[in-house]
Design a binder for this molecule. Structure first.
Ligand code: ATP
Ligand code: MG
Ligand code: MG
Ligand code: MG
Length: 562
């Protein structure tokens, strides 16, 4: 592609609202442009990089025996009502009305659509198992869209779904997907880890997240020095609790936790508390109640505190006061120190606290139908505390270390959650109906692009791994007005493409300084410069990653490149 014919609007200035490297660089290098909060246009370079990621995904999905299809983004409310998620998904679901006042959602994920299709098309066990996938735009009305493509409201996802007649068959597909994901992220050049995750609200059991290791990651990973144990912090807390042997049972009314925790760790801890042990919580910092983690549509146990603080979905008793106490602004990057002692008050104290803080039975704070004793009695784990670096790992084989991660993929054994809710069944050998046993497997495609940009850059710009770089080679004649340079560059442009290299040809009449700066910024793996030595038939190769330079004869260029 001739640079004069494409659109690469590079910026010299640092965009003021971009906090992290990948977001800044993707904007500055002219890859993306924001259209609304969490909504981006992918400009030509980004489109090519995304295509390459998608190509890798398609190859690995094909290897795993998954067939591609494409489902609609626009989905009737009835479908979401049939699974119940119309009522439970919450504000992230983008809802709309058509001209006849019929309700629709823009798909944040596609379990309902795919289940209805399979249920209509595969009535018999004979056609199972099957794995289907799509690469499609998803919509989630994230409360705090941020970090560019990392958390968008419109983003690209690969989502796959598998349907089975037995748990063993699901295990097999899950393993295949695990392997495919490992291959995909390895081919993208990413430094990542697969971690055990919490199945939380969706039900089901085995689930793992693929985390790209990065300081700016919103998730905390607890891994083990000395064993293969790796879990996200929520799950590590669960393991720590449930796998601790011979713990005496005690009454829990207050849990003291040390200060100096990161927001992510706090949210992780609260998540475990709420989903596994108690049903509602008040977080107290220095004797003051600051957050009320009771939020339900219909039921008290409909608590969504998973990564609540980071996702911004916590109900605060007093948000301003909370920020003041925690001395941080939510949405900031990296660890935030909590001052003083933090206590999590559970049990009956909660009731009193919620009453005191915000009043019971107000909107979103339901206390109707709560049975103290059933919902609030907690007898175990009195000394529950945050899992910490240096703790023995739950498998007992190593020492816990923390790292931060970006969730780029997620694989999940759903079981029969959806098929049962939607009465989606197949018939067995005897003509008896059974709900499909399901798995689902997602990859954030646009998030992966950002994650790569986050891991591969330097002070001059992006450094794309060859597997997903928009172009293999950036070909730069220093001075297009110099006939010898222009001619040699044109010749190489043709030749390289004939040999199946993709080439970005900087045919612009820009100053050399501008061309080189842009070139470093957009970060193609190899630069071929045609300069003063064009007259002698000599060009220069520069490897973006290492900065290594080499002069070669033009006619030997192809040999050197291979
Ligand atoms: P997160 O915890 O970051 O909110 P999630 O667990 O809600 O993600 P999943 O429902 O597991 O996301 O969706 C599958 C994949 O889609 C995620 O692993 C992630 O890579 C990607 N993804 C999810 N939400 C977004 C988003 N808002 N923007 C970009 N990618 C996203
Ligand atoms: Mg989410
Ligand atoms: Mg997640
Ligand atoms: Mg997930």
């Amino acid at each position: 592609m001739r640079q004069s014919m494409t659109l690469i609007p590079t910026l010299r200035e640092l965009p003021s609202d971009a906090e992290i490297k990948s977001h800044q660089l993707l904007l500055r290098a002219g890859f993306i442009k924001q259209i609304a909060s969490g909504v981006y246009s992918y400009l030509p370079l980004a489109k090519r990089a995304l295509d390459h990621i998608e190509q890798i995904i398609r190859e690995e999905m094909e290897n795993a025996g998954a067939a591609e299809l494409l489902l609609p983004a626009l989905q009737p409310a009835e479908l979401w009502q049939s699974s119940g998620r119309w009522y439970t998904y919450g504000d992230e679901l983008m809802r709309m009305q058509d001209r006849h006042d019929r309700s629709f959602a823009l798909g944040p994920t596609h379990e309902e659509v795919i289940t209805s299709i399979v249920s209509d098309g595969i009535p018999s066990y004979k056609r199972l198992p099957i794995i289907l996938y799509q690469i499609q735009t998803k919509f989630r009305d994230e409360k705090r869209p941020r970090f560019g493509l990392l958390r968008g409201r419109e983003f690209i996802m690969k989502d796959a779904y598998s349907f089975h007649t037995s748990a063993e068959s699901l295990d097999e597909a899950y393993q295949k997907m695990y392997q495919a994901y490992t291959n995909i992220f390895t081919r993208c050049g990413l430094d990542f880890r697969a971690v055990l995750a919490d199945s939380g609200a969706i039900g089901g059991k085995d689930t793992q997240e693929f985390m790209v290791l990065s300081e700016i990651g919103e998730d905390t990973i607890a891994y083990s020095d000395g064993s293969t144990y790796a879990a996200n912090i929520e799950m590590a807390e669960v393991h720590q609790v449930y796998e601790r042997p011979d713990e005496p049972e005690k009454e829990l009314s207050k849990v003291e936790t040390p200060g100096q925790k990161t927001i992510a760790e706090v949210s992780g801890f609260l998540n475990v508390q709420s989903s596994n042990i108690i049903k509602s919580l008040v977080l107290i910092v220095d004797e003051e109640p600051v957050m009320v983690l009771v939020r339900g549509d219909h039921e008290i146990n409909d608590i969504k505190v998973k990564n609540a603080l980071n996702a911004g979905s916590v109900e605060f008793a007093d948000e301003e006061r909370t920020k003041e106490l925690l001395n941080c602004s939510f949405g900031s990057i990296g660890p935030v120190n909590l001052p003083g002692t933090m206590k999590i008050v559970a049990d009956k104290a909660v009731e009193a606290m919620v009453n005191a803080v915000c009043g019971a039975n107000e909107e979103d704070f339901h206390y109707i139908n709560v049975v103290p004793g059933r919902d609030f009695t907690v007898e175990k784990y009195a000394d529950l505390r945050f899992i910490q670096e240096g703790d023995p790992s739950p498998d007992g084989k190593g020492i816990i270390r923390f790292a931060r991660g970006i969730e780029v993929g997620h694989i999940f054994k759903l079981g029969t959650t959806y098929s049962e809710a939607m009465s989606a069944t197949y018939l067995d050998e005897n003509g008896k109906p059974h709900p499909y046993i399901m798995g689902c497997y997602g990859i954030g495609v646009s998030r992966t692009l950002s994650a790569v940009a986050e891991q591969f850059n330097d002070e001059n710009g992006l450094i794309w791994p060859a597997s997903i770089a928009p172009y293999d080679i950036h070909l730069i004649p220093v001075n297009m007005k110099d006939a010898e340079q222009a001619d040699l560059a044109e010749k190489l442009y043709t030749e390289l493409r004939e040999h199946r290299y993709s080439v970005l040809f900087d045919d612009r009449n820009e100053r050399p300084g501008v061309k080189f700066k842009d070139s470093d910024l957009i970060g193609m793996p190899v630069r071929v410069t045609v300069g003063k030595k064009a007259a002698e038939g000599i060009v220069e190769i520069k490897i973006r990653k290492s900065g290594e330079m080499q002069e070669v004869k033009a006619e030997e260029l192809l040999d050197v490149l291979t």
